[in-house]
Design a protein around this ligand. Structure first.
Ligand code: FAD
Ligand code: THG
Length: 845
């Protein structure tokens, strides 16, 4: 491969380039030399892809993006395990990088403060995440906070969370160090090159155009930070991120810090009760605030570097400080830190960075423009981890970590409108430091997507939460009378939020009578065409070569045997399948692999689904149809097209809640009629509508996994307990080769206890009064050994059920463990699964 520049310089002559080794591998262009672009160049070249060109519109080494003024606080603890792992790698990597003897990371530690009881409880919860993800940290009292940060007013502090391995990233230095390493391996960095176009042919990227010539490429990565939407538009794709300004100021030198020589010696500090953070700059204090109103910036209107400077701005990404927004934060800062009461602010600015609708990064390759990648909305904190993951993805075809929360493909179409992205982005800014309940829904824009039954659900007093844009009933107040007299343990205030005893009544009614569940948000794909069977057979792990009418539970694996999703595949006709999927990313994955003789259509929005489940389900449905719905006439995991009254439906006999019954699908226009038909017919059987709160409880009692929570592509089917859906006697499906040998112990009662050292394990909490909610650390012999994936009270079992990833040694039935919940250690015991109806007598009859 040639190392001669392929660009044709336009007006300005090119500066001489540092000459490195002959580059090898595909031709990669990275747009943006912020922390992400520089880290990515390092990670790609380290993997042997050295033909990397980084194009940067601003001047190096401080080109004027967010990185150029990031104060570099790195707090690793995060509810997302993936983000925590990204951060851990950043700490590790930057700690090993030096420029002129200066380390790129200053391990001063982190301290999060509580000045309210609610925040102190939240810090305990955060300490739980830290323990679950393997980050050192401890809850400390006010006196210790004062010791760690002597300038604090100890009297207002209730306690803190101290994390000794957090600290300060020297972002620009780390960018430079990585740039130098990449350059030494053959990469080149060209500053003052503004990308103005993305070139593509036949759905593949072929290069970029800049103001100084064109650069052909096999892969283009947009690491353009908050300019992402601008680059995205050049490629014809929407990049769902909103740039917002966030204020950062520095004080004048404080007498209290006089004589300080180190850049910083005390932990980075967070005061989330007032949306503030602090760090030292030798004898000054730097203060960042999220307390002000959201200040959205139009990425298309951001000035180029020189023009921005011409306007008196420091950089394109730093706007003048708006004093009125800053004032309340200054008061709050002085309240916490008395030394600031006599201090003055020296300088400050409104600095811009990216917020996505869900606060997570946007990573991955566009399906519409293959070879065009995004690595955006990434904090300095997560930058090295993100760069490693994207480099693995590009070079190996798959990242080592589960990235589904960060995947570009995760956004529903309704979540990509500019107005949605702006509104959600602004809200993410507001909520950055808020105490958020795991079930807490967004408040706006709502309602966005509703099922055809929405009016009936409202009449029944549905309590709606939101998911994927859908309004989803969690319980129905109309069922409140059924909860009278139920003997339920008292809940703590946290677990009582977004919960109601009515859910217990709905679960009971489902086990004893019959209930209607709105399953409309369950993603449905129609796969048709002469190649449909061969395609699905190759893409998934179970045997699909069955006669029309069969439904199969099967796994979508990647090449390494990791679980990308679990699906139900209904063969409705020889060349027509309906796939029940988990997320829109499944559609993306299938479309990427589909050959020309297969059509895949997302039918979710045009159709709807009601689950009719419970021992009386057959009594309810049978009178509505001439078809035989008996066990003999309509077997378990079978599908049938029929009519229920006036409504044409596709009925599938399966149940995620573990009861007799059917999923009934029809088109959206007939949905309301279907609901009314079932409702009316169900009156004599005591039918109720039931919500997701009961649903989740019932499925956990039955041991049905929820993809994305209990298992992801980091797990193989055996350790996740779904090895029964893998047919190793079937040739040539994706992931088969990687699974060879891993399921050997299958059939000897040793399922899941093979090969890998961990297993998804069912736990029952010992005390019927205890509940946990998910993501808590699990202790074995007093040491954190794993974490809870999902949990719910099992109303039938009278105990809280929690699934957890644990080392195999701790998974024998009866093993005693402890789950940490708000700092308390709650005893639990490994149970035998399925916890409920192991003989399947309730479903198969
Ligand atoms: P950038 O650094 O913005 O890099 C993108 C680059 O792309 C830019 O240099 C830009 O010039 C270039 N570019 C754009 N368009 C083009 C084009 N058309 N052609 C060529 N080049 C182009 N994060 C933390 O983790 N901890 C913190 O404490 C922290 N504090 C912050 C405080 C402030 C005030 C701000 C504003 C941000 C803070 N952040 C912090 C966030 C963090 O700075 C950013 O998330 C991170 O720097 C983004 O890095 P990046 O490489 O993606 O983007
Ligand atoms: N319904 C439909 N499709 C779906 C789901 C659904 N696709 C996505 C997700 N949910 C898939 N998850 C499951 C999990 C378990 C079962 C069905 C879907 C299930 N399992 C039985 C068991 O494990 O015993 C049967 C398995 C078998 O016989 O192979 O029912 O809710 N349409």
């Amino acid at each position: 491969m040639s190392s001669t520049p392929t660009a044709t310089p336009a007006s300005r002559p090119r500066e001489p380039e540092a000459v490195g080794p002959e580059p090898v591998g595909p031709k990669v262009v990275v747009i943006g030399a912020g922390i992400v672009g520089c880290s990515l160049a390092d990670e790609l070249t380290a993997r042997g892809w050295t033909d990397v060109t980084v194009l940067e519109q601003g001047p190096l080494p401080a080109p004027g993006g967010s990185t150029s003024h990031a104060p570099g606080l790195v707090f690793q603890t995060n509810p997302s395990k993936t983000l925590a792992e990204f951060a851990r790698y950043t700490v590790e990597k930057f700690g090993s990088l030096h420029v002129d003897g200066v380390s790129c990371f200053d391990r001063v530690g982190g301290l999060e403060l509580a000045t309210t009881p609610e925040r102190l409880a939240e810090l305990h919860r955060r300490a739980g995440y830290a323990a679950a993800w393997g980050i050192r940290g401890e809850i400390v009292g006010a006196a210790r906070c004062k010791e760690l940060w002597p300038l604090l007013d100890e009297s207002v502090v209730l306690g803190g969370f101290h994390t000794p391995d957090d600290g300060l990233a020297r972002a620009l230095l780390a960018a430079r160090a990585q740039q130098e390493r990449a350059t030494a391996r053959g990469a080149r960095f060209l500053d003052r090159h503004t990308v103005t176009g993305i070139e593509q042919r036949d759905g593949r990227v072929t290069g970029v155009v800049t103001d100084r010539g064109a650069f052909p490429a096999d892969h283009v990565v947009s690491a353009a930070g908050f300019w992402g939407p601008v680059i995205g538009r050049m490629a014809g794709i929407d990049v769902p991120l909103q740039p917002l300004a966030h204020q950062y100021v520095q004080t004048r030198p404080l007498p209290e810090l006089a004589g300080a020589t180190a850049e910083a010696s005390r932990p980075i500090l967070r005061f989330q009760d007032r949306d503030l953070y602090f760090r030292e700059h030798t004898d000054r204090i730097g203060i960042g605030t999220y307390a002000h109103r959201p200040l959205p910036i139009d990425p298309f209107a951001v000035l180029p570097y020189d023009e921005a400077r011409g306007q008196g701005m420091d950089m394109p990404s730093s706007y003048p400080l708006t004093a009125e927004d800053w004032a309340p934060s200054w008061d709050d800062s002085r309240w916490l830190i008395p030394a600031l009461r006599d201090a003055e602010v020296d300088e400050g600015f409104n600095g811009v960075f990216s917020f996505t609708p869900d606060g997570m990064p946007v990573l991955g390759e566009s399906r519409q423009v293959r070879g065009f990648w995004l690595a955006e909305a990434v904090w300095v904190t997560h930058s090295a981890g993100v760069a490693r993951a994207v480099a693995e993805w590009m070079v190996d075809g798959r990242p080592a970590l589960d990235l589904h929360e960060c995947d570009l493909a995760r956004f529903e179409e309704a979540q990509r409108s500019p107005s949605y992205v702006r509104e959600r982005g602004c809200q993410q800014f507001v909520e950055v430091y808020d105490v958020l309940h795991p079930l807490q829904p967004m408040e706006s824009p709502r309602p966005l997507r509703v099922s055809p039954f929405h009016a009936r659900q409202q009449e029944l007093g549905a309590y709606f939460l939101e998911g994927g844009g859908w309004e989803r009933p969690h319980w129905y107040e109309a069922n409140a009378p059924l909860a009278d007299g139920l003997d339920l343990p008292e809940r703590d205030a946290w677990s009582a939020r977004y919960w109601s005893p009515v859910a217990a009544a709905e679960a009971k009614a489902t086990r004893e009578k019959v209930a209607l569940y709105d399953m409309t948000p369950l993603r449905r794909l129609e796969v048709t065409g002469p190649g449909a069977l061969a395609f699905l057979d190759r893409m998934t792990s179970n045997n699909l070569r069955k006669k029309p009418g069969a439904v199969t539970y099967t796994l979508l694996l990647d090449e390494t045997g990791g679980i990308r999703s679990d699906l139900t595949v209904a063969r409705l006709a020889p060349d027509r399948f309906q796939v029940g999927a988990n997320s829109i990313a499944d559609l993306d994955w299938l479309l990427r692999h589909a050959p020309g003789d297969v059509q895949i259509r997302d039918i979710t929005s045009g159709t709807c689904c009601i689950g009719v489940w419970g021992p009386l389900a057959r009594d309810l449905v049978q009178p509505l149809t001439r078809d035989d719905f008996s066990h003999e006439g309509f077997g378990y995991f079978r599908a049938k097209d029929t009519y229920l009254g006036h409504v044409p439906v596709t009925a599938m006999r399966l149940s995620y809640v573990g009861e007799l019954g059917w999923e009934l699908y029809t088109t959206a226009d007939l949905g309301l009629r279907l609901w009314d038909t079932l409702w009316e017919a169900g009156q004599e059987h005591g039918v109720i509508a039931a919500g997701r709160s009961a649903f989740n409880s019932l499925r956990l009692e039955k041991g049905y996994r929820s993809w994305g929570t209990d298992m992801t592509d980091e797990h193989d089917p055996y350790e996740a307990g779904v090895g029964f859906a893998v047919r190793m006697d079937k040739d040539g499906f994706v992931g088969r080769q990687a699974l060879e040998g891993r399921g050997q112990a299958l059939g000897q009662g040793l399922e899941n206890r093979v090969a890998s050292g961990r297993r998804l394990t069912p736990l029952l909490l010992d005390d019927p009064a205890h509940v946990v909610l998910g993501k808590e650390p699990v202790y074995v012999d007093g040491v954190p050994a794993g974490y809870v994936t999902s949990a719910s009270y099992g109303y039938t079992l009278g105990r809280c059920v929690a699934y957890a990833w644990l080392p195999t040694a701790a998974t024998a039935t009866g093993t005693a463990v402890q789950i940490e919940y708000f700092g308390a250690k709650v005893p639990a015991t490994v149970a035998e699964e399925p916890l409920f109806d192991p003989k399947m007598t309730r479903i198969r009859r």
